[in-house]
Write a protein that binds this ligand. Structure first.
Ligand code: ADP
Ligand code: MG
Length: 620
């Protein structure tokens, strides 16, 4: 049973567990959740400070607790040594990975050991990028707890699709340091697609491009979404290209235009002011055409949209080159894409929108707030993990379907692939032959319709079922899959309470490649599987029909005419022959014929039986 808590501010009952979605960005971070009433993702805006938390950590002199966000950002130029930004670039990296880029940062990156993970020196203390990222996450967590008035202990955190294992692990560790159980690390483009509603329905198949131009990084990913699986077909980008470069282009333009070099030299506040003005101009030009503002007493800085476009055109061109490469790597053309999704604050720049739409030969989708889309998608993912959207895939899921063999060697799925674990599911079966006292239960893993194509995990007999006519025993088969992926299969015959159980570890012995291969096989063979399943189902119907008709004739020969018996025997024979054709339609036609023929006797015999029963006689 789920625990509930009372929200003290509203007096309403609420779910105790809230799982938030977090976009831990290079420039900006956000936290979002699913609103319990509207069921829509919402970015958290605590105390009206806005939804965006700049990913900047400032350590005030004297060692008090660090400051995170907009306030910290103000120290970037005045106290750069103690103001840490872009820490995401350092996550999970060694000094060697960073190379020359280490010098570009305003703070000190330490290389005590070039193979080990980088450290950042602030005053006389050393911090790992994990600790610094944790400070940002703590701030997001605090804002969420304050705004939602409930403890927040669980989160889904996004990372770029190109993040390697070490960077993902570092992100996870940062979450843990911030007191968050990280239920899942999600790719940013996957989150973006989810926010746009793509991938929420299991039978949907889409190929999309996600173009993400943020503050300091650019990446483009081509995703294929199929049956709830988000596959990254390719990614490309430039981890040193973003909105900051657009700002710099404006600064350089104004500096050259007005000979500002000597004025700016050694004047940090003035540099700061110019930088802010450049960003303001850029944002303004996303909506309007002419920007003008005072800079120092007697200077007005101006910029038109057209001038701005010319300044940034080479930068935007570089992103298009990446898109071209990503598309080529995915072996696709623009026509293959169902959508192009825009992510990241810098995609508000009209030239970016136009260039992307032109390259992909379709209007890019920018209907969601590009700052928030990743966090919103992460919140949706969190909601899926919370078990609120059962039809959507998720991790900590079982990678392959678990099921048992039924008549005709068919796979009967009990726990579908991608079911969230732990989970429990069951189904009721019966016997197919009169007096059957044992039921063989064979457990399989895989996506194919025929068990022989899947992997057998276990087999056991449920013994000691009391002899009963076929169809009468009720056998409950339950699959219990625990959080560690251990499967327990229980079978109980309900009328006699005969039971049997086995425990299996489904993952055991399967490498990731094997799991992938099994999934691939199920996709490539889907069509033939469906055909084979239909034949088998027809055969099963036919076999049960034959069994019943023969038994019926045997028991009721007294009530049937000689002709009826011969005709039935002939139709039975035709049905048996049809089985040899292995063709669904032929088999089902013969089934129909036999049924047509026998239905009148069956009704007649039933009437006789009822009359006899009413007369107090025993039916046999
Ligand atoms: P990241 O994902 O790298 O943390 P964001 O997606 O938050 O970054 O993007 C931040 C960048 O978006 C900044 O460079 C900011 O100036 C830029 N940006 C935000 N709004 C606009 C706008 N209206 N026009 C142009 N650029 C914008
Ligand atoms: Mg981002």
């Amino acid at each position: 049973m789920a625990k509930v808590a009372i929200n003290l501010s509203t007096g309403s009952l609420q779910q105790e567990e809230i799982i938030v979605g977090i976009d831990l960005g290079t420039t900006n971070s956000l936290v979002a959740y699913i609103h319990p009433e509207t069921r829509q993702p919402v970015a958290i805006n605590d105390l009206g400070r806005g939804t965006i938390v700049p990913s900047v950590v400032y350590f005030p002199q004297g060692g008090e607790t660090p400051i995170v966000g907009t306030e910290a950002k103000e120290y970037l130029l005045t106290d750069p040594q103690n103001t840490i930004y872009s820490v995401k670039r350092l996550l999970g990296k060694s000094y060697r990975d960073l190379g020359e880029h280490a010098q570009d940062l305003g703070y000190k990156v330490i290389d005590d050991n070039s193979e080990g993970m980088v450290k950042i020196r602030v005053g006389d203390r050393f911090y790992s990028p994990i600790e610094l990222s944790a400070e940002i996450l703590k701030e997001l967590r605090a804002r969420a707890e304050h705004a939602l008035k409930t403890p927040v202990n669980k989160a889904v955190i996004t990372v770029p699709a190109y993040f390697n294992d070490s960077q993902r692990q570092a992100t996870r560790d940062a979450g843990r340091l911030a007191g968050l159980e990280v239920l899942r690390i999600v790719n940013e483009p996957t989150a973006a697609a989810l926010a746009y509603g793509i991938g929420l329905s299991p039978d949907e198949e889409k190929t999309v491009a996600v173009y993400d131009l943020g503050g300091g990084t650019f990446d483009v990913s081509i995703l294929r979404i199929q049956q709830g699986i988000f596959e990254v077909l390719s990614t490309n980008g430039d981890t040193y290209l973003g909105g900051d470069d657009l700002d710099r282009a404006i600064i350089n333009h104004w500096t050259a235009q007005h000979n500002l070099n000597s004025l700016l030299a050694n004047n940090v506040p003035l540099q700061q002011e110019l930088r802010l003005l450049a960003e303001a101009a850029k944002r303004y030009l996303s909506k309007d055409d002419d920007f003008g503002a005072n800079f120092t007493e007697n200077l007005v800085l101006r910029l038109t949209r057209t001038e701005f476009n010319e300044l940034i055109r080479p930068l935007v061109e570089r992103t298009i080159t990446s898109c071209r490469q990503a598309l080529a790597d995915a072996k696709l053309t623009p026509q293959d894409l169902d959508a192009v999704l825009l992510v990241g604050g810098s995609t508000r720049v009209p030239l970016v929108y136009d260039s992307v739409s032109e390259f992909f030969q379709q209007p890019a989708n920018n209907t969601l707030n590009p700052d928030e889309v990743v966090a919103l998608g992460a919140a949706i993912q969190a909601d899926i993990l919370a078990g609120n959207r059962r039809d959507v895939l998720l991790l900590d899921v079982t990678p392959l379907t678990l099921g048992i063999e039924t008549l005709g060697g068919l796979m009967d799925p009990i726990i579908p692939r991608n079911s969230k674990i732990p989970t429990k599911a069951g189904r009721q079966y019966t016997t197919s032959v009169d007096g059957q006292v044992n039921l063989k239960i064979s457990v399989y893993q895989g996506e194919r319709d025929l068990v022989k194509e899947n992997r057998k995990l276990a087999e056991f007999d449920l013994r000691g079922i009391p002899a009963m006519p076929a169809g009468l025993p009720k056998v409950d088969v339950n699959f219990i899959l625990n959080a560690d992926g251990i499967l327990k299969v229980e079978a109980v015959e309900l009328r006699s309470n005969t039971r049997q159980a086995v425990e299996i570890k489904p993952q055991y012995g399967l490498t990731d490649e094997q799991v992938e291969q099994m999934l691939m096989d199920s996709l490539t063979h889907a069509r033939e599987d469906v055909a084979a399943r239909m034949v088998i189902e027809a055969r099963t119907v036919a076999e049960q029909m034959l069994y019943q008709v023969e038994r019926f004739v045997e028991k009721n020969s007294l009530h049937l005419t000689e002709d009826e018996i011969t005709e039935t025997a002939a139709a039975t024979e035709r049905l048996r022959e049809s089985l040899a054709t292995n063709t669904k339609d032929t088999i089902l036609k013969a089934v129909d014929e036999l049924e047509e023929l026998t239905r009148p006797f069956a009704e007649r015999v039933m009437n006789i039986s009822i009359k006899q029963a009413m007369a107090g006689k025993k039916i046999e």
